[in-house]
Design a binder for this molecule. Structure first.
Ligand SMILES: C[C@](O)(CO)[C@H](O)COP(=O)(O)OP(=O)(O)OC[C@H]1O[C@@H](n2ccc(N)nc2=O)[C@H](O)[C@@H]1O
Ligand SMILES: Nc1ncnc2c1ncn2[C@@H]1O[C@H](COP(=O)(O)OP(=O)(O)OP(=O)(O)O)[C@@H](O)[C@H]1O
Length: 312
């Protein structure tokens, strides 16, 4: 299938294959408001893109197909529910063409782990197809298409560090120094809608405040100060994730006992994220977590890093 189409039929700017690298995210502040009439929740969502990457390669093909490689590949749908496939479809529809492309996903981001892995592949596929088909779609339109695919997808395109408001899709860049992290991958995933539903259940009958992000967290981020950031990390979905997966408390305890400055559930979980002082501390905490038996795998990463990027 790869290279099976004569590239001269694709226009002067078209390419034979395009690979896009795209990062995972961690939410350093996830403030969640009450459920809206449309079922979504307003957020104050401070995203940080970290150096744990998927790669999506787009190649001309007769029809839309998806393949995936990586340790969690068996859990990734290869039909049109895959966010990468949906991205190709919406971009093709906008351009008035068929989504005739093969998408290969090299997946390192945990699946259903709260690190926006599917969203990352959606943003990457959009950028890859845009380049493959020589469309040069304006950035603002790509961001609109991303928002239609999912609340986290615009951030996967943009990367670095940003505050997401609305349902998380309205982005304002924020300054951030470099921070080092260890991620502990849990056995099995958690469904994002189920975690939001559990948040609703836990907060039923209470007055859920408007979501907001305080200045202390933004100052800590801008200063690149890990101690200050550790003191302000917060995730309103954490009680819901812990209620659905109580064993995550053991992982959080193991990471902090191993010397992490702070531990938090990443987004809707069940991946847990540990902020550490530097790369050496990251290696130590990752080894201790692996030895603790409280997680399936560990990843060391740092951020901010750029969003979806076409590789040369
Ligand atoms: C938990 C986070 O990852 C934090 O960044 C995001 O809020 C989730 O973003 P996402 O996976 O892109 O979510 P979407 O695909 O937009 O929505 C999936 C489901 O999550 C819930 N959802 C999502 C975002 C939001 N602001 N409020 C919600 O209640 C809704 O039940 C929705 O049907
Ligand atoms: N490209 C993809 N990679 C992984 N999962 C995908 C993809 N496309 C669709 N899915 C489906 O989406 C579900 C959620 O997967 P994903 O890895 O995006 O979760 P997540 O990281 O928890 O998301 P988020 O952090 O944005 O809430 C999976 O269980 C899978 O069925």
């Amino acid at each position: 299938m790869a290279g099976g189409t004569d590239r001269r039929t694709r226009g002067p700017a078209a390419r034979a294959a395009v690979t896009v690298r795209v990062p995972a995210k961690v939410n350093v502040r996830l403030a969640v408001g009450a459920a809206r009439p449309d079922g979504f929740h307003d957020l104050a969502n401070v995203f940080l893109a970290v150096s744990l990457f998927d790669e999506v390669t787009a190649t001309p093909a007769d029809a839309l197909t998806v393949t995936c490689e990586g340790p969690d590949a068996a859990e990734v749908p290869l039909d049109r529910t895959n966010l990468a496939a949906r991205a190709a479809e919406v971009l093709a529809a906008r351009a008035g063409r068929e989504p005739a492309v093969h998408l290969h996903i090299a997946k390192r981001i945990p699946v259903a782990g709260g690190m926006a892995g599917g969203s990352a592949d959606g943003a990457a596929a959009l950028l890859a197809c845009d380049a493959l088909w020589g469309l040069d779609t304006p950035r603002a339109e790509l961001l609109d298409l991303c928002a239609g695919l999912g609340s986290d997808v615009p951030f996967s395109l943009v990367g670095a560090a940003a505050l997401g408001t609305g349902r998380g899709e309205l982005l304002t860049p924020v300054d951030a120094g470099t921070f080092h992290w260890v991620f502990a991958v849990a056995d099995g995933g958690l469904s994002t809608p189920a975690v939001f539903r559990e948040f609703d259940r836990l907060t039923a009958g209470t007055d859920v405040p408007e979501p907001a992000c305080g200045p202390a967290l933004l100052a800590a981020l801008a200063a690149g100060d890990p101690d200050a950031l550790a003191a302000t990390l917060a995730n309103d979905l954490q009680p819901a994730a812990l209620a659905l997966r109580p064993r995550l408390a053991d992982t959080l305890a193991a990471g902090t006992a191993a010397g992490a400055l702070a531990g938090i559930v990443s987004g809707s979980g069940p991946t847990t994220a540990f902020l550490v002082r530097d790369a050496a501390a990251a290696a130590e905490v990752a080894a201790a977590l692996a030895a603790s038996g409280t997680c399936r795998a560990t990843h060391v990463a740092s951020g901010p890093v750029p969003g979806a990027t076409v590789l040369p």
